[in-house]
Ligand binder design. Structure first.
Ligand SMILES: Cc1cc2nc3c(=O)[nH]c(=O)nc-3n(C[C@H](O)[C@H](O)[C@H](O)COP(=O)(O)O)c2cc1C
Length: 199
């Protein structure tokens, strides 16, 4: 399978980076081809310019490459921390610029954009891995777990990807090195279960 991995965390020594490296390695061991983007390391520009909003415009080459990979991928893994109940802004900007009409979704018939779009992505499975410092009960009761709605419904559901697994690792700030090592190994194993290689 062709799998796209998107990592959004500024610190190369972070748990997020360690998880991304483990996921990448396990998926490569499974025989998959990987497109890997560390958005901060690549200095991805998250600002959607006005001229890029219309559907059929000539895209910046970097954005074009991201769009082509998203459109050709069989699977996707997104890895990021919970920041204010949202992805880091660099990743929100990646969504703005890369998940485009005509590529990831479209409005059908005489629908001018007010209706329910049709998903266009061929991605068979999505894995979202989030790290967090909030207890599960507080995240769900007080904040309503906004990242769940963002990824499962607002992004992947809208683009036609219904097979979405989301894993939340918490609480990072009080976790022991041993627990973090276990999380890293478990995320590699989880990715390999979701995207099994051909034996
Ligand atoms: C700008 C910012 C906003 C944050 N907002 C939240 C939040 O809303 N909820 C939460 O549980 N943790 C929040 N955190 C904590 C991060 O989720 C936590 O530091 C991260 O998941 C730990 O993973 P890391 O070691 O890879 O950085 C925030 C951290 C930062 C820097």
């Amino acid at each position: 399978m062709q799998i796209l991995i998107i990592l959004a965390h500024p610190d190369p020594s972070s748990l997020n980076h360690a998880i991304a490296a483990a996921v990448r390695q396990r998926l490569e061991e499974e025989g998959h081809s990987i497109w890997f983007h560390d958005l901060y390391a690549e200095q991805f520009d998250p600002l959607l310019p006005a001229g890029e909003i219309p559907r059929d415009v000539r895209l910046d080459p970097v954005i074009f490459r991201h769009c082509r990979e998203l459109s050709d991928a069989d699977g996707i893994v997104i890895i990021h921390p919970n920041w204010w109940g949202q992805p880091p802004a660099i990743l929100t900007g990646w969504i703005d610029r890369v998940i485009r009409p005509g590529l990831a979704y479209r409005f059908v018939g005489d629908d001018s954009g007010e209706g329910v779009p049709e998903g266009l992505l061929r991605i068979q499975a999505a894995l979202v891995i989030n790290t967090s410092n909030t207890r599960e009960d507080r995240e769900n009761l007080v904040f309503g777990d906004p990242l769940e709605r963002i990824w499962r419904d607002c992004v992947f559901g809208l683009c036609g990807v219904t097979n979405v697994t989301r894993e939340i690792l918490r609480i990072v700030v009080t976790s022991t090195p041993e627990l973090r090592r276990r999380w890293i190994a478990e995320m590699g194993d989880l990715a390999a279960r979701i995207f099994p290689g051909i034996p």
